[in-house]
Design a protein around this ligand. Structure first.
Ligand SMILES: Cc1ncc(COP(=O)(O)O)c(C=O)c1O
Length: 388
């Protein structure tokens, strides 16, 4: 029997890292020692206290049954309290907070709640690929907002044609930003509120990296902007904040109707987040001051090593104030894919080609500092030996 895929699956753009994955495998088979700066997955362990709380909670039979899709009220209360301490924003844990099986899950599901076939969704380019894919899976049409260096990698909202804005249902934004590492000030969020109110667009702010920020900088919540809660939802994650990517725990907060819409999708497609993990999440949010100082100092040292090395070989890169990514302009005469291949073949260095994050990522590569200092220094030495 011929197995035919649904059209929506065929519409998902090809996986642009596939070629680099193939090359990586080829180099590995040849015995090359690869330094992987391609993927942003924290290499450091989850703090022991959080692990201990999970161990204890896992033994409690109360947690062995189906959890509620919206999350334990104790977890949602811990989220609301953390939010107030961290951003001075008040949230009703009963109506304005929803637990997620990682923030990716919420981002992937939200268009299903609000986008009708043919509606536009405003998607940053370059951007985290899930915004585009979740739009397509919901039958929506992504309209790409280029993030350019000359505009500090913020979208220029005044460039969006009026007829597109009028047919748009959702605007995705993400600061601190993956892949560009750019940050947004409150004035930008104010501008977003004005724009979204004018065209009645739901704002989905992805704040997965809000607690990975350097040199004393503290990123803002979108909900700090006046009026944001009328039209916005914000996605957070414990993944990067507490080195918990494998645990799958995140949350969405904001406008109660938007939260409820997302909750309704979740109610029908998943069965909530393992309660023992929620207990561990409560421990994390209640016990630690974020950002975690040791973690941030580690990333700062790594960032400085790689920044210095990149500058020494003449590559242009802005010093990140946040995230664990460096967004590097590639030398003239190369495409992102060609430069990524050169790094891999001549240096055994894996980087992510910028065009994998959208057309406007062409001309860049992204490197993640989620490896130790010794390996980063080795990467720098190898960079110095590459001809470009
Ligand atoms: C911008 C951005 N948002 C969301 C996520 C998803 O994180 P998680 O599902 O682990 O919460 C990631 C993960 O890499 C990301 O880079």
């Amino acid at each position: 029997m011929q197995i035919e895929k649904a059209k929506r699956i065929d519409q998902i753009p090809p996986y642009l890292f596939a070629e680099i994955d193939r090359k990586k495998e080829e180099m590995r088979r040849k015995g090359m020692d690869l330094i992987d700066l391609g993927i942003g997955d924290p290499d450091l362990p989850t703090p022991g206290l959080i692990v201990e709380r999970l161990k204890k909670a896992a033994e409690n039979p109360r947690h062995h049954r189906y959890p509620s899709y919206e999350g334990m009220i104790e977890f949602r209360t811990a989220v609301a309290q953390w939010y107030e301490r961290r951003f001075h924003v008040k949230l009703d844990p009963g109506a304005e907070v929803l637990s997620l099986i990682g923030s990716k899950e919420g981002i992937a599901h939200i268009p299903l709640a609000f986008v009708n076939p043919g509606d536009y969704v405003l998607v940053p380019s370059p951007g985290y690929p899930v915004y585009r894919v979740s739009t397509i899976l919901a039958g929506g049409v992504p309209f790409f907002l280029p993030l350019r260096r000359e505009n500090r990698f913020l979208p220029n909202l005044s460039e969006i044609p009026k007829e597109v804005a009028e047919k748009s249902k959702i605007l995705f934004i993400n600061y601190p930003n993956n892949p560009t590492s750019a940050v947004a000030e409150k004035s930008f969020f104010d501008e977003v509120v004005t724009f979204a109110r004018r065209y009645r667009i739901i704002v989905c702010h992805d704040a997965a990296y809000s607690e990975v920020a350097f040199d004393g900088y503290r990123p803002h919540s979108f909900l700090e902007a006046e009026g944001a809660k009328e039209l916005g939802i914000e996605f957070h994650s414990l993944s990067k904040t507490f080195n918990m990517t494998g645990w799958r725990i995140g949350f969405a907060v904001g406008n109660s109707e938007i939260v409820a819409g997302l909750g309704r999708v979740k109610n029908n497609v998943d069965s909530g987040l393992f309660q023992a993990i929620q207990e561990a999440g409560i421990e994390a949010l209640n016990h630690f001051d974020t950002p975690l100082p040791d973690l941030i100092q580690t990333y700062e040292r790594r960032r400085d090593i790689l920044m210095k090395g990149l500058q020494e070989v003449g590559l242009e890169v802005d010093k990140p104030k946040a995230t664990f990514y460096l967004w590097i302009q590639i030398p003239r005469g190369f495409t992102s894919a060609q430069f990524t291949t050169l790094l891999l073949e001549q240096g055994g260095i894996v980087a992510a080609p910028g065009n994998g994050f959208g057309e406007s990522g062409e001309g860049y590569v992204r490197m993640a500092i989620t490896i130790n200092e010794t390996r980063l220094k080795e990467a720098v030495e190898r960079l110095k030996r590459i001809n470009f």
